[in-house]
Write a protein that binds this ligand. Structure first.
Ligand code: ADP
Length: 445
């Protein structure tokens, strides 16, 4: 059972004074992403590199061979099915492995290969003959630390003499006995205890420090402070590496505190667009009418896969139950589910076991909608003031990449207010949203 962390960020989607039950838990979101991700995220943007010393040559690699890794480590990399370095790995790996050591701040969206990159760097960095902790890696939660550990264990499969320890709650080790594991990965609180209180790790002997998910980390004040306290124990020679999926000012300020004289690598997220999406709206009277319209759509379309968005958990549950009663095979993704349950629903949907997924906003983040050809906004996305939430709209139905497949979006309109929202969205994106008569679906051809 996964513990709830206290990193809660309220999402602005409480239209009409209603309180949405769903909250975004950044650490949970990140874990969900890791659980459902099986391959790299496509991103054709250019990697931006800012070198600490702009006069030094910029190294980038196109193959793992060029890194001159220990053969057993290279074997581990290939054994994971990696053929060549990902976009950010091309630049990040040579920087992290360079001699003398260089500090790095790297930012790119989740799924672009950051974890694999620093796992490789740690495995390559350690001297297995030395039986003390040399690499220290901190992550925001127990579960995220375990996920990283699994990557290290898998990649280091053929390096049996490199050992890994988890500094996470519940993992008790005798006080004062120095750890022999070369790599320690854990959460800030326990790592700090292991360094200072229990003296299991000598922070002066740490030569590589990795801070993962900096944005999630600093969302919790306690973690932020503990990270800085760990950092203070380290020597000036220790190589500092910091990773983040996003980079607001607060993350920058924190990163600059933890990583002196950094090289900086950034890969901007690919823009989402509505260019390949045909957008419609359907005029309805109320909830039941919206339901009928939805059922009409089902009958007339050979849908590959569809996602239906509702405003609240309650509405999603109601809709799901009614669709099932009509004989449709539908899955529900809802906020009260555990992360594992959510991951398994998404997995089934991806494998086509269910053709239709009913969900609320918050739950759907991190789901790639590539195989989804129809998105239905059963409720339109609105912000706290009841205005159109354009960003969420784009996120629900937009596609990334110039070769994004065609798709359809159908918006259910059940009031003058929701018609206004459609107009706002039309204006914002400067794209027509056409009226659709669900009893005559020729227009969708
Ligand atoms: P991030 O830490 O940025 O979220 P990960 O390192 O977890 O990204 O990588 C995302 C997914 O891509 C994982 O399933 C990982 O195994 C895979 N992956 C990472 N690097 C490569 C690579 N060079 N080639 C193929 N797959 C990779």
């Amino acid at each position: 059972k996964l513990g709830k962390s206290n990193i809660l960020l309220e999402k602005k989607e409480n239209g009409g004074g209603r309180k949405d039950e769903d909250k975004v838990d950044l650490a949970e979101q990140s874990l969900l992403n890791k659980l459902i991700r099986r391959s790299l995220v496509r991103n054709r943007n250019q990697v931006e590199v800012l070198q600490r010393d702009p006069t030094s040559p910029l190294y980038s690699v196109k193959t793992f061979e060029e890194l001159r890794l220990k053969p057993e480590l290279l074997r581990g990399v290939y054994n994971m099915g990696f053929n060549r370095p990902s976009r950010i790995q091309e630049n990040a790996l040579p920087m992290m492995l360079a001699q003398p050591p260089q500090n790095l701040i790297a930012q790119s969206q989740s799924g672009t290969g950051k974890t694999a990159a620093f796992s490789l760097a740690m495995l390559s960095h350690v001297n297995p003959a030395n039986k003390w902790t040399q690499c220290l890696c901190i992550a925001p939660t127990y579960e995220l630390a375990l996920q990283i550990g699994q990557v290290i264990e898998q990649m280091g499969k053929f390096c049996p003499e490199v050992k890994l320890a988890y500094a996470i709650r519940g993992n008790r080790i005798e006080r004062g006995k120095k750890l022999q594991e070369q790599i320690v990965i854990g959460t800030p609180g326990t790592v700090l205890d292991w360094c200072t209180k229990y003296k299991l790790i000598d922070p002066k002997k740490i030569t590589m420090f990795v801070l993962d998910e900096a944005d999630v980390m600093i969302a919790t004040q306690g973690h932020r402070d503990q990270s800085i306290r760990i950092h203070r124990q380290l020597t000036n020679d220790c190589q500092m590496l910091l990773f983040s999926a996003t980079f607001e000012d607060s993350v920058w300020r924190f990163a600059e505190q933890v990583v002196p004289d950094p090289n900086i690598i950034r890969l901007k997220r690919e823009e989402e667009t509505l260019d390949t999406i045909k957008q419609f709206y359907v005029l309805c009277k109320e909830k039941e009418d919206k339901f009928t319209a939805l059922c009409n759509l089902y009958g007339s379309l050979t849908i590959a896969q569809a996602m239906i968005f509702c405003h609240t958990r309650k509405m999603a549950a109601w809709l799901c139950a009614h669709l099932i009663k009509e004989g449709h095979q539908v899955a529900l993704l809802s906020g009260e589910m555990t992360v594992e349950q959510r991951a398994s629903v998404i997995e089934r949907f991806r494998n086509g076991k269910e053709k239709v997924l009913v969900t609320t906003n918050v739950c759907s983040r991190g789901i790639d909608v590539e195989q989804v050809s129809l998105v239905v906004n059963f409720d339109l996305p609105v912000d706290m003031d009841g205005n159109a939430d354009n960003e969420t709209y784009l996120h629900r139905i937009g596609r990334t990449g110039r070769f994004g497949r065609r798709g359809f979006a159908v918006n259910m309109v059940d009031s003058k207010h929701s018609m206004d929202i459609i107009n706002q969205i039309e204006m914002h994106f400067n794209r027509r949203i056409t009226k659709l008569d669900t009893s005559n679906l020729d227009e969708m051809e």
